[in-house]
Design a protein around this ligand. Structure first.
Ligand code: PMP
Ligand code: GLN
Length: 401
């Protein structure tokens, strides 16, 4: 968690529960990249546009006057496309009328779900390092996070300790917040891990909220394919499945996301969502519907491109002297800085632009226990090959010093 408040405490009007949260690390590091002219492998956004059919559909929708409030749950064509997509790829059936909600990105879906489901004091089991909005949203709800630390095993793969997982569940547990494929580690949870999570959800009778924004970014050499938690026995009825267009269609600035699940869970989430943004992205919604209906070859092409870029980045990081935890999914790779003399990821990342003209993100800010991630930094590889070539050329300078 970022713990550098921007304003002195005695004059800070901010509510106490948000005070531990400073400027997000993504904003800090992207600003640093702009200021220094460094290659930005920090914040995860692609430097190429999404499918042309989607971009054209958005422009046409604007011209055709789809510029007023869309329906609260999202336009029917998009809800139908979201349903069709989940049936096609994961064999999951959701009723577009009652079981799907369109949101302002996955971020809003996660926030609305947590605010809708958690009473103050309820506990949320999550996995650290965790995506930064989880901690802030859990805090806003007055809930308590119970992180289970993902630690690299002997093969350099992040793994869940079954005993730590079990210990995180208590009588106060309200829900599990699971992100797989996982940011920032690139981990893809295995069937064994998912089964253990599902068994604990059933045993403790708790909800699961799953953040699957990287559902199409699992590489061919991963130990496991992506398995939505909702497909495990007894889980569809207790899981709210969240995804968004940003990563799958390279349009992170559009903020079109969705939540799917049993009608009562979707209704509860909608109740909160309507007072957060009410609705968003009227002309973008039909365009995302077009994108979701693209043939399988689009999705395969995206994954192939990202896998090639992953391999390029990982090879470059190795050459520069990093120990790399090779990701099986997402578009991030984490690396250990100790072989390069680094002892603290935050300091390392703050000095990296000046040392070699590259920006990365320290992953320790995504832990309750910063020691667990002190030596780890994250590089994004959703960048064009020539950008990665330049970044890794610059990083190689670290080794020569
Ligand atoms: N969850 C994870 C794990 C992410 O990496 C991101 C960033 N794309 C989000 C949620 C937020 O998604 P969106 O931009 O659709 O709100
Ligand atoms: N999801 C992106 C990342 O992990 C950034 C999102 C953001 O800036 N909030 O880098």
């Amino acid at each position: 968690m970022v713990t550098s408040p921007d304003v002195p405490a005695d004059i800070d009007p901010l509510v106490h529960r948000m005070r531990p949260f400073g400027t997000t690390i993504f904003a800090e590091m992207s600003a640093l990249a702009v200021r220094t002219g460094a290659v930005n492998l920090g914040q995860g956004f692609p430097d190429t546009d999404g499918p042309t059919a989607m971009l054209t559909a958005a422009a046409e929708a604007i011209r055709a006057g789809q510029n007023q409030y869309p329906p609260g749950p999202g336009i029917p064509a998009l809800r139908e496309a979201v349903a069709g997509h989940q049936r096609r790829f994961w064999g999951l059936d959701y009723d577009p009328a009652t079981e799907i909600l369109i949101t302002a990105g996955a971020t809003e879906a996660i926030a609305a779900a947590i605010l809708a489901l958690c009473e103050p004091g309820d506990e949320v089991v999550c996995f650290e390092p965790y995506y930064d909005s989880y901690a802030a949203t859990i805090a806003l709800a007055g809930a308590v996070r119970r992180p289970v630390t993902l630690r690299p095993d002997g093969d350099g793969r992040y793994a869940v300790d079954p005993a730590a997982l079990r210990a995180a569940f208590t009588p106060k547990t309200r829900l599990v917040l699971l992100n797989s494929p996982h940011n920032p580690t690139g981990k893809v949870f295995t069937l064994t891990e998912l089964s253990a999570i599902a068994a604990l959800c059933r045993e403790h009778d708790v909800w699961a909220v799953t953040d699957e924004v990287y559902e199409h970014l699992v590489f061919t050499d991963a130990d496991a394919p992506h398995i939505p938690l909702a497909t495990l026995p007894g889980m569809r009825e207790r899981t709210l499945r969240i995804s968004s267009a940003g990563k799958t269609f390279s349009c992170t600035g559009w903020k079109i996301g969705w939540a799917s699940g049993p009608a009562p869970l979707v209704a509860a989430t909608t109740r909160v969502k309507q007072f957060l943004t009410y609705v968003n992205g009227a002309p973008l919604q039909p365009a995302v519907a077009v994108a979701l209906n693209l043939p399988d070859s689009y999705y395969t092409g995206l994954r192939e491109r990202m896998q090639t870029q992953r391999d390029q980045l990982v090879a470059g990081l190795h050459r520069a002297g990093f120990r790399v935890l090779v990701p099986e999914g997402t578009y991030f790779a984490t690396a250990d800085i100790s072989a390069l003399g680094g002892t603290d990821g935050v300091e390392f990342c703050r000095s990296l632009p000046q040392r070699c003209g590259v920006v990365a993100v320290p992953t320790q800010v995504f832990y309750d226990d910063p020691d667990a991630g002190r030596l780890l930094v994250r590089f994004a590889f959703c960048k064009q090959p020539e950008v990665l070539t330049e970044a890794t050329r610059r990083l190689a300078a670290l080794r020569q010093r």
